[in-house]
Design a protein around this ligand. Structure first.
Ligand code: A2H
Length: 275
């Protein structure tokens, strides 16, 4: 990854724990026969969490796209930890990123990691979340094949309007819900109604969708074309895009990025994260 430092924005997607706890396991949707959130709502984890609010934290390079969030992605085979930030919050992310966070003074005690529990990505599928700036009150945690344990937090927030990877994954999940062990209702309403948030001169208002169609990308497995789409859409959106929603509608993406990032941090729903 070269020698530079990557400046991410950590986005806090709140786990709607109460939604899970209020639904008895027998009445919850299942993933491979296991009730959604079973591990997350085990007595051990709930006891360790205490009164803390719980968040999945995603690392993004495009904080201005958070208006377009439709879901959150995890890798099913990745191991995630639950880390205490302080007495009122805990974050779900990889151990590797927790170590970075501890040294970046994001946790109460500098350099100290307080781990409350451990989960597999598969334990998080179907877990409901509240994502800041999303038009949806509730979004779901879904599986993505290409999530790297070596990058960011291992949690990726999904913006199908502006990320070809996010778009094609959501389309795959819609087409093959049973194969991917997801409920159609976690995917379809979001894929069918996701908002346009950035206008671009050459790829329109849903640049990711336009690029996926132009390059005839059929699934997550079309890695070469996806890399090309990703580079094209990134250039187009970042350098020529204009916001069409939110507090900074009408501003260029480059201007809006800084402003929205500052606003999210100010509101306590985001934080600077580097690696
Ligand atoms: B970006 P870079 Cl709208 N594994 O956020 C795979 N991908 C990951 C990841 C991981 N562990 N952690 C973060 N990412 C994604 C938004 C977005 C992103 C848009 C458009 C492009 C885009 C919404 N998803 O990234 O390798 C995250 O997706 C294209 C560059 O460090 C993060 O930003 O350059 C981006 O990859 C970081 O990738």
């Amino acid at each position: 990854e070269g020698v530079g430092v990557q400046e991410y924005t950590g986005i806090k997607l709140q786990v709607l724990l109460k939604d899970l706890i209020d639904t008895p396991e027998a009445e919850r949707d299942e993933v491979k026969g296991v009730p959604v959130g079973k591990a997350l709502t085990s007595p051990q984890i709930l006891e360790a969490l205490g009164n803390r609010k719980l968040y999945l934290v995603a690392a993004t390079l495009r904080p201005e796209t958070m208006y377009g969030q439709t879901n959150c992605y995890v890798g099913v085979d990745i191991t995630y930890g639950i880390y205490a930030v302080n007495d009122s919050e805990a974050w779900v992310c990889t151990e590797r990123s927790a170590r970075n966070m501890a040294f970046q003074k994001l946790f109460q005690e500098v350099g100290v990691i307080k781990k409350l529990g451990e989960l597999k990505g598969s334990d998080l599928i179907g877990v409901p979340l509240n994502a800041p700036l999303s038009k949806y009150e509730k979004v779901y945690t879904l599986p993505m094949e290409g999530v790297l344990v070596t990058k960011g937090t291992g949690v990726v927030t999904s913006v199908p309007s502006d990320s070809p990877d996010d778009y094609i994954t959501l389309q795959d999940l819609k087409k093959k819900a049973a194969y991917y062990n997801v409920q159609p209702k976690w995917v379809e309403p979001f894929f069918d109604s996701f908002p346009s948030i950035i206008r671009t001169p050459n790829y329109g208002d849903r640049a990711a969708e336009a690029a996926v169609k132009k390059l005839k990308i059929n699934s997550q497995k079309d890695k070469v074309q996806l890399a090309e789409a990703k580079a094209e859409v990134y250039k187009e959106g970042f350098y020529q895009g204009t916001m069409i929603v939110g507090d900074f509608a009408g501003k260029s993406v480059q201007e809006a990025k800084t402003l929205i990032r500052a606003q999210l941090i100010e509101q306590g729903v985001a934080f600077p994260y580097c690696e």
